[in-house]
Design a protein around this ligand. Structure first.
Ligand SMILES: [Zn+2]
Length: 457
């Protein structure tokens, strides 16, 4: 990557674009979230296709279709679900629950139904959250044939003993599972995987924010010439990543680092869930960036519950893939309800998530291992103008510390990230020190065993 120099090496969030401008990114991401918000998505169907078409306006991704019935490890690609209309009418003919008003009103993957039912029978198909009585919950029934409606608990309490017309104009038929894939070839075949789910209906933070972040990271990578190749996956949760892994098993050996992106638009602090390995370079790079930026953050260990990191980190793959979030799923009160709306996602939070992810990719790109070419005692830095002539300048002292650390640990075995961790100095400072030492002929890049020739080119 060609790296824009930041005047303050400790401020990774400023290292964003060639001109250093991050302010517009969050607003642009929010615009994409607005465009995607009204669509009723699910794990299959036209909602996913329509969403990928909108994303295509920003990013030339490939849309892939996998037929229903395809065996993918222990799973089978399900039938394709589509929906046109759904409502509950009272005896006066008034629609009291209407899919057109909110696509959360229908149990996602509901089978078609057209019936007159009693209140008692209707209630068996109604879903509410009594603890949040004003909100419509988001519920799904992907793998069990069922139909249902979601509504606020307050509305539920007003339902009278009566007969109701229920109508769901949906279809569940052989079709396809659709996902999007974008590949950016870098200098090497080693890949960074960025994955996000695309299966939630009108929910902004849990789902659309992750999509927007992935799209804008890909767009910005396009303006650079990265060392790594980058693969972006826009797949329905769980079944989509299982499908991709099943169809691309041989490919996974190239994945050196990965992030699952979700819930990145709320105002909470950054949360990072480590890969199953726990000490992968991606885990260390994320922690380094979060530490360097100085803002509050939280890191927790891998658990087999969450987003698609569950599949990437299953024991048969054990890929170095962590999950980057702000407030984690289930930990913000609006999660999986109608309150996860366009008000919940903030442009400044989106900008911050973007800047931090960019800084993480930047660490991966710049994390190399070097040899000190003058390893017997310290080289004389003063003679080369590398030692501050005037004592007491804090900034100068830090740069000197960084150079001494880089010289001392650059024995071909310690990467710049190792040195940043060991010295407790920010990564950018260590990297800048290495650059200066290279310029003065004191450091040489160690051969990189992971670097391979162009694949098939
Ligand atoms: Zn979710």
């Amino acid at each position: 990557m060609s790296h824009p120099a930041s005047s303050n090496p400790s401020d990774n969030t400023k290292v964003v674009t060639r001109n250093g401008d991050t302010s517009a990114v969050g607003e642009e991401m929010l615009q994409l979230i607005h465009d995607l918000f009204p669509i009723c998505r699910s794990i299959t169907g036209s909602g996913v296709r329509e969403s990928l078409e909108i994303i295509k306006r920003h990013l030339a991704l490939e849309v892939r279709e996998v037929p229903s019935g395809t065996r993918i490890f222990d799973w089978i690609v399900p039938k394709e679900w589509n929906i046109r209309e759904a409502y509950v009418k009272d005896l006066t003919g008034r629609k009291i629950i209407d899919f057109q008003k909110s696509n959360l009103h229908v149990l996602n993957y509901s089978i078609p139904v057209c019936a007159k039912v009693s209140l008692k029978d209707l209630k068996e198909h109604l879903y509410t959250v009594p603890e949040q009585p004003d909100l419509i919950p988001y519920r799904t029934s992907y793998y069990k044939d069922n139909w249902g409606f979601c509504l606020s608990h307050n509305q539920f309490l007003t339902l009278q003993e009566s007969e109701y017309d229920v109508f769901i104009d949906s279809s569940l038929q052989d079709g396809h599972l659709t996902y999007g894939e974008y590949f950016l070839k870098g200098e090497t075949d080693s890949e960074v995987l960025i994955s996000t789910h695309i299966c939630h209906p009108s929910l902004a933070n849990d789902n659309l924010s992750g999509i927007a972040l992935a799209v804008f990271l890909a767009r910005h990578l396009n303006q650079h010439s990265p060392r790594y190749s980058y693969r972006f996956l826009f797949t329905p949760g769980t079944i989509g990543s299982i499908t991709w892994l099943s169809l691309n098993e041989a490919q996974t050996a190239r994945i050196k680092h990965g992030l699952v992106l979700a819930c990145v638009g709320d105002s909470g602090k950054i949360t990072y869930k480590k890969s199953r390995r726990g000490d992968a370079e991606i885990d260390r790079a994320v922690i380094q960036v979060l530490k360097d930026t100085g803002a509050p953050y939280e890191v927790f260990d891998f658990s087999p519950y969450g987003y698609d990191e569950r599949q990437f980190c299953s024991p048969g793959f054990n890929l170095p893939v962590g999950c980057f979030m702000r407030t984690p799923h289930g930990k913000f009160p609006e999660y999986h309800t109608s309150a996860d709306d366009l008000e919940l996602v903030r442009p400044e939070s989106l900008t911050d998530s973007f800047a931090k992810c960019w800084a993480i990719l930047d660490v991966l790109e710049r994390n190399k291992t070097y040899f000190n070419l003058s390893p017997k005692c310290e080289p004389q830095l003063g003679r080369r103008g590398l030692y501050s002539q005037i004592g007491g300048q804090k900034d100068g002292k830090l740069q000197e510390f960084a150079m001494l650390w880089v010289l001392n640990l650059s024995d071909g075995k310690h990467s710049l990230l190792d040195i940043a961790e060991r010295s407790n100095l920010v990564f950018a400072l260590i990297h800048n020190a290495a650059q200066r030492l290279i310029e003065h002929g004191l450091l040489n890049e160690a051969a990189e065993p992971t670097r391979t020739e162009d694949f098939g080119a």
